[in-house]
Design a protein around this ligand. Sequence first.
Ligand code: BGC
Length: 452
Amino acid sequence: MSEPFGFPADFVWGAATAAYQVEGSPLADGAGPSIWHRFSHTPGRVHGGDTGDLACDHYRRYPEDIALMQRLGLQSYRFSISWSRVMPQGRGAVNPAGLDHYDRVVDRLLEAGIQPNITLYHWDLPAALSDRGGWLNPDIADWFADYTRVMVRKLGDRVPQWATLNEPWVVVDGGYLHGSLAPGHRSHFEAAIAAKQLMRAHGASVQAARAEGVRSIGLVVNIEPKTPASTSAADLAACTRADAYMNRQFLEPALKGELPTELAEVYGEAWQDWSPAELALVHQPIDFLGVNYYTRAVVRHDDSVWLTRAAPVPQPMATHTATGWEVCPAAFETLLVELGRAYPALPLYVTENGSAFYDPPVASAQPLPDPLRAHYLQQHLQAVSRARQQGADVRGYYAWSLLDNLEWAHGYSKRFGLVHVNLSTQERTLKQSALDYAAVIASRGASLNANA
Ligand code: BGC
């Protein structure tokens, strides 16, 4: 039986990208290198030796891409700024050509009737700052606040919504604990420090943006709900540790000014407490929480897993995406409802949600059929609608991603786009999921009823 899916007229419909994943031209017009430029040019780090040197050539093709957004009826575009384009050394001198690029992007979006939604940090730290310790150096809160001021002074008159960090957990876990992402370090001592310095920088950035008059600034976190594999005490404790490490490590300091007590156990000898002053800096009032949701995890106790001693349990009966992630829209619905209950005054935006499934390198049809992605999108939009009906204050949804792009250490081997990109010719082709999304936007969700 169909259900009355629907969204209010002021619900924001968008799509998201991140600078290093789509822009290309990483050193153009006076830009400095980022840690991702360095990492992708280090043999063995990125699948197939792929780099962001060309990516989707969005740096040059943004007018064409904005025209596509317009065609789909998108109302907002979430994108990130490459810090080292704007400040090649990460601090000090500003590169006017880098700033002007984003100025033009913002103006073009506004001309197209699309609201810009800027994320200040989506993982591409200026390499010069990494050489000074990067996220391990306590000075980074000031560096990030200075960079925030530069951006807000230039674009604050035209950009209504800002986010500080994208997914601090991924920076900590991939960048400093396991080394699978830039800067590629492997140390639980560093991971503990990076987590604290990221969140101090978030707080300092919120303060700086507000002082410059920004009225909507938030934090974007990836939340992966954890479910215990059994009711045994060991599995329940493992589940709590996994949730503390991945989810609450960032939510609770930012939103409550507290740290989950389990973190001391997770990090063990590497743990350092956060002082009351540090927690106070992190705990700035924010205007919204950005939630990135892809999957959930069922977890059990496993002593061999560094650091959490919690292992994911395979779910053989479930559908999985090309990144091996279980498709579970029910967990998404529950997550949004629970976040709404835990933080009732805080508006929520789904700042990323999407799926990688195989698409051919050359689009064979227009639109390109992508039934698995289209189904994922439909189920997850239905979940958002259901969560809203249960009271979750979700005000917008950004599909990940507008374009097939550089999926970090997976290189170009995983396609998340609503729009197919032929990486040899840069030709863009709409996928069926893009057209379905356009129909959802145009009907404010009513088209989701058809296949419920
Ligand atoms: C990130 C994106 C990434 C996506 C899919 C998120 O963790 O913010 O940059 O491409 O997930 O892995």
